[in-house]
Write a protein that binds this ligand. Structure first.
Ligand SMILES: *Cc1c(COP(=O)(O)O)cnc(C)c1O
Length: 348
């Protein structure tokens, strides 16, 4: 079989949620962010497992995603939509009973006109300048919004993965100035914010990446394993080259294995010269460029060539691979491609 094997441990997702829930504190509800198809790992499966674990609040980026997740978690759970109430979303929001986080005055107008009496939340901008109401809009609309009764008032941190960054406290101050005295539930912390400590937690936390085993949750249980079949091996002699562009040249006789995954599977080209794959605990350097469907690896030091080599495993996390490529674990996870043979472990 040429397809690489992606194993997703749903029990590890559940364990990571429990750990983040314990850190969120007993007076805080811990939700779960399952946008982008559950960070590429299957939003429905993840949401079902977490609903069984006790999660009552799910967060997605778009209404379409919310409709999918509604089918997985049943009618009771709250599903919040970060992009809010966009034009043409009304039918979907109503049909799937989704809660749009209203981000701007025009979304407030649209929601109250097209979905009067239906649930909503409010997203405030506290300095990230990406999504959420500006302070002046909030000041103008606050009375009307509070009377209608939002299910959640939230904002998002720009630098929570850097605990010492001054931005964290500045945003906390802004959020408190804008919302202290509000009689509705507040949410401020994603994974990084949970780790910043109790003053960042408020009533609801919204972890995403930590559930899936990524940084900044350093103690996360690993969730994914990716094993790639070896297609063939060959001896490459000194002065011979490997791969596109002849970027790697043998200096000594080298046994090179060609494995069956590449950048079309989300193993982006940028991992190239710094990446390694693993035979058990033994690292094997990638040599030459990553191709669309293939990666070439130096296996000279292995006694025997294994049938598969792992690129994601206990010895190498999504963040390690991300570091090799100069990106973040989030991007590696959400890029994992459709060609993998996927196996889900654990869950009900
Ligand atoms: C993606 C996202 C989250 C989850 O963030 P993680 O860093 O993955 O925990 C929470 N809130 C908002 C608004 C988001 O966009």
């Amino acid at each position: 079989m040429g397809a690489a094997h992606l194993t997703i441990d749903l029990d590890a997702v559940a364990a990571n949620w429990r750990a983040l829930d314990a850190m969120s504190g007993e007076h805080t509800e811990t939700g779960a962010v399952v946008k982008a198809d559950g960070y590429g790992l299957d939003a429905n499966r993840v949401a079902r497992v977490l609903a069984a674990e006790g999660v009552r609040s799910f967060f997605v980026a778009q209404a379409e995603e919310g409709a999918e997740v509604r089918g997985a978690v049943g009618p009771e759970a709250d599903i919040y939509v970060f992009s809010g109430h966009m034009a043409h979303d009304t039918d979907l929001l109503k049909a799937s009973n989704l809660i749009p986080m209203l981000n701007a005055p025009e979304q407030v107008v649209r929601h109250f006109k097209e979905a009067p009496g239906r649930p909503f939340g409010v997203q405030l901008d506290t300095g990230m300048n990406r999504l959420g109401m500006e302070r002046s809009d909030w000041d103008a609309l606050r009375g009307e919004l509070m009377e209608a009764g939002p299910r959640l008032v939230m904002s998002h941190l720009a630098c929570a993965d850097e605990p010492a960054h001054a931005m964290n406290h500045l945003q906390l101050q802004a959020f408190r100035e804008m919302t202290d005295g509000v009689a509705h539930r507040r949410s401020f912390a994603a994974t990084g914010g949970i780790l910043l400590g109790p003053e960042y937690h408020f009533e609801v936390t919204r972890p995403g990446i930590g559930l899936y085993g990524g940084q900044p949750f350093a103690d996360a249980a690993p969730v994914v394993r990716l094993s790639i079949p070896v297609i063939q091996t060959r001896m490459v002699r000194p002065f011979e080259t490997v791969g596109y562009g002849n970027t790697w040249e043998a200096t000594v006789e080298t046994e090179v294995a060609t494995i069956s995954a590449g950048y079309a599977d989300g193993l982006i080209r940028a991992i190239g010269p710094n990446a390694r794959v693993f035979a058990g605990d033994t690292p094997c350097p990638v040599v030459g460029r990553v191709s669309m469907d293939l990666i070439t690896v130096d296996v000279s030091h292995l006694g025997a060539t294994p049938e598969t080599l792992d690129i994601l495993c206990p010895a190498q996390s999504v963040d390690d691979v991300a570091d090799a490529a100069g990106t973040i674990g989030y991007e590696i996870l959400t890029s994992l491609g459709p060609r993998y043979h996927r196996t889900y472990e654990g869950g009900a």
